[in-house]
Ligand binder design. Structure first.
Ligand code: DC
Length: 217
């Protein structure tokens, strides 16, 4: 029996499959889904392109996720479609810098918590089960080997553009793993009581089914 409103958190390193899994879990549960990485990415890109203080950007940012009828997700920031901009290699580079700023995190965490007011929510990111919602009803941590995560990222980028080499992507993933784990605030960690799932050899359907089995039991 599900509670009236509940929160599901899905954390893990870059490329572990969190976004796709979170979207499918939210669809199956008919609740909303928040990609917290998209918020950090938006701050990084806006701060650089508009030459603004990232803390001010995080504080004033109006962040919305809009789903079109075909299920496509659009990231709208201050009324502007940022969907493509936040997925570029430049965004990958900028995001680690802003994610390490304590005040940026404080503003974004406040916004993330407000998303869950009056509705159930699936969140995915690095600290959603450890810091944003430590009391969440259901917490998951997805992991996969570095090689598999680089392969997935390569395929994702190849659908949109000419991707960097697999080796370059793997190096960037290792760099981001280190930045994510060593951050003084909101570092990537396995949240207390989280169910850990290694997705290296699992299909999307298998991971979603595993998560739902814990929620619907
Ligand atoms: O999930 P992603 O790759 O889109 O996340 C981009 C970056 O944002 C990631 O390298 C670290 C940061 N991030 C964070 O610090 N905390 C979160 N809750 C989500 C993402």
């Amino acid at each position: 029996m599900l509670m009236k409103f509940f929160v599901v958190t899905i954390d893990g390193p870059a490329g572990a499959g969190k976004s796709t899994v979170a979207r499918h879990v939210a669809e199956a549960l008919k609740i909303c889904y928040l990609d917290t990485g998209a918020m950090y990415r938006s701050v990084g890109i806006l701060a650089v392109s508009q030459k603004k203080d990232p803390v001010d950007v995080a504080r004033t940012m109006d962040f919305k996720i809009i789903y079109s009828e075909d299920g496509e997700k659009r990231i709208m920031v201050n009324g502007r479609d940022m969907t493509a901009l936040i997925r570029t290699p430049e965004a990958d580079k900028e995001v680690s810098k802003v994610a390490a700023i304590k005040e940026v995190r404080r503003h974004l965490i406040k916004k993330q918590r407000s998303f869950a007011q009056g509705q159930s929510l699936v969140l995915e990111g690095r600290d959603t089960g450890s810091v944003v919602f430590p009391e969440a009803s259901y917490k998951f941590y997805l992991d996969a080997s570095v090689e598999e995560r680089a392969r997935r990222r390569y395929e994702q980028l190849a659908q949109k553009t000419t991707p960097p080499t697999l080796d370059e992507i793997q190096k960037d993933i290792i760099r981001r793993d280190n930045a994510d784990k060593k951050r003084p605030w909101g570092a990537l960690t396995i949240p207390e009581n989280a169910v850990v799932i290694d997705t290296t050899n699992l299909s999307l359907e298998e991971v979603v089914a595993e998560i739902l089995s814990h929620i619907e039991e």
